[in-house]
Write a protein that binds this ligand. Sequence first.
Ligand code: C2E
Ligand code: MG
Ligand code: MG
Length: 714
Amino acid sequence: MPVAHLKAGSAPSKQRAAAGIGPARHMEDELRAQNERFSAAVENMSHGLCMFDAEERMIICNRNYIDIFRLDARMMKPGIRFFDILLHSVDIGIASQSADELYAIRKPYIDGAKASTYEEILSDGRIIVISHRPLAVGGWVSIYEDVTEHRRAEEELKEQHRLFDAALANMSQGLLMYSAEGRLIVRNKRFLDLCNARAADFKLGMTHRQMLDKLVRLRIFVPIEIDAEVARTKACLQAGQPRSSYRELVDGRTLFVSRRPLSGGGWVATFEDVTERRRTEERMTHLAHHDALTGLPNRSMFRERLDMALERETVMPFAIFSLDLDRFKAVNDTWGHPAGDWLLRSVAERLRRCLRNETDLVARFGGDEFVVMQFNFRGIADAEKLAKRIVEAVARPFRDKNREMHVGVSLGIVTFPNDGSDADTLLKNADTALYRAKSEGRNLYRFFEPGMDAILQARRALEVDLETALPRQEFELAFQPIMNIASGDIIGAEALLRWHSPARGIVAPEDFIPVAEETGMIVSLGDWALRNACAAAATWPPGLRVAVNASAVQLGSEGFARGVISALAFSGIPASQLELEITETVLMDESKTVLKTLRQLRELGIRIALDDFGTGYSSLGYLRRFPVDKIKIDRSFTRDMRNRDTAAIVRTIIELGMELGIVVTAEGVETEAQLDMLRHHGCIEAQGYLIGAPSKAADIQRLLTSRALHSQTG
Ligand code: C2E
Ligand code: MG
Ligand code: MG
């Protein structure tokens, strides 16, 4: 260790030592001991140290100093000049500047009287902090500290802070960090943005409770129970559990807040704006539970509600209404699907308004099927009231732009617990009651009755039988003659369907035609009737007309006109010999395609007769809609002609026909008196048992042929 003894006390101690005096010797020992302690202290310093005298010669330096500058220990003997040390450090390449430059830097410190600190950067990049202190006796002492590591750590920390700040500032989530003491220590800008708040509102150091309180007071969060919230968060975090929840904001947005405990105590809370995601989610669940067209709950949601109602512990009676629109298909066919959609939406809206009770529910099951659930149901009278309201609401015309649509609704009603204890049974029975309502007419409601099942099953059985009746050739046509009243001549015959069912016997058209219409089977059955009627007419004397009934369903079906033309072509009879009997419902359909079809057929020379006139709605209006060739007064009027009012109606129809140049035929003429009356009023044609009952094709053919011969010979 290059240590020089302190000069200050060296001369007197030497003298004392030379004199050999006891106390002087003692002092010398003392001094040596002091020097040794000093050397040991210097040597054990954690920093480098170097002391110079007034002549800039080194007095003492420690090992750390030599190590810091990687100096040659052998050179570092006391007495070496400061400048030589600088030269040496340049020689060994540790200095990053020349000795002169280094000296020039140091010189002001050496000459100055003030303690100061400066840095030197070595050629290997290390940073040395040098504390310079002048000594009272001249010279100075320098303390050297290698701060390279320290600085690097500091830089790293700074960099980390910078990155952390950047990350915080750029987070899409708001972030708050609380210390173990529960005080706010970090808060990013995004949090303030999310809350539309100022930094001053949420100062660091605030407690969780203060934060929540402020968020509510500034009308950012919708009011919450702050104590409970603080307690919940605390409990979770103490248990080491994360906690997340939704927070509703006053402006309608929703934040998702998630809190995680930190390993050193405290926690971090992140805030995410999930308004859009939530809305999408809500929309998705809404979609899954609602009908897209009308926005009403759909079948699956209805089932959920029904199941919930059934699972209640105490029995709460309720009613279910199964609804089906009447004539909806006609609207769709007439006006097109967009209009049908509009109508369904309008119906949905009216149904919604019919419900008086918040808890009541109307759902759309699809197509024109709706279901209503009525709670708070005290008895049949309640259900009846609602049913009437619904029927009236839907019966009112639907007006859209310049269209006016008329539909109706049929309802089947079940009540819980009377009509079933489970969802399936209740819905099935409601459908059964609906079926009944529909078969009894339109715009009706029917409560379920136990026997209805059987009726429904019977009806299903009829459908099944009817389905196979055509291929099994169980149908036959009967023909009923039609007479010109003035001349008494038979001018033709109407073809009427007869079903000989092996299981049921003869089934009346009134019993199977509505079923065939509903199942759509009437299309093929009607086509069969048309072909066979035309084929039969081909065997009749020329000029005789065959009348064939055509239902609305047939006319609305595609290819009807083609079927008629092909029936004519196959039979070979002229178009003028065929008469199609349609009912008012056909014209009521307002369908452009139906009217177009009729017009097309009429242009071919086929005659169009309006059947069952007077039984429908406002018949006269439809005559303007489509010019028919013939009106057939319904047999119910003929039968009732003795009644003065009825007679007046019949007379009016006949006069109307004369005025419009339309042939009028009276149906169901059974007595001479009826025929006389009709003749008297100027009715042109008559049909009925008096003239001839419907008979087999062969019989009618014989009758027509003999009459023709008779009139030729007579
Ligand atoms: P409609 O076209 O009005 O046929 C006349 C109905 O009156 C026939 O009943 C006929 O038997 C009955 N009738 C004839 N004269 C008299 C009489 O003097 N007194 C009484 N009380 N009734 C008389 P039917 O054959 O039972 O047919 C009933 C309805 O079935 C027909 O009424 C028609 O609407 C429909 N229909 C019959 N055949 C067909 C068909 O091939 N296609 C279609 N779409 N409907 C048909
Ligand atoms: Mg008819
Ligand atoms: Mg008729």
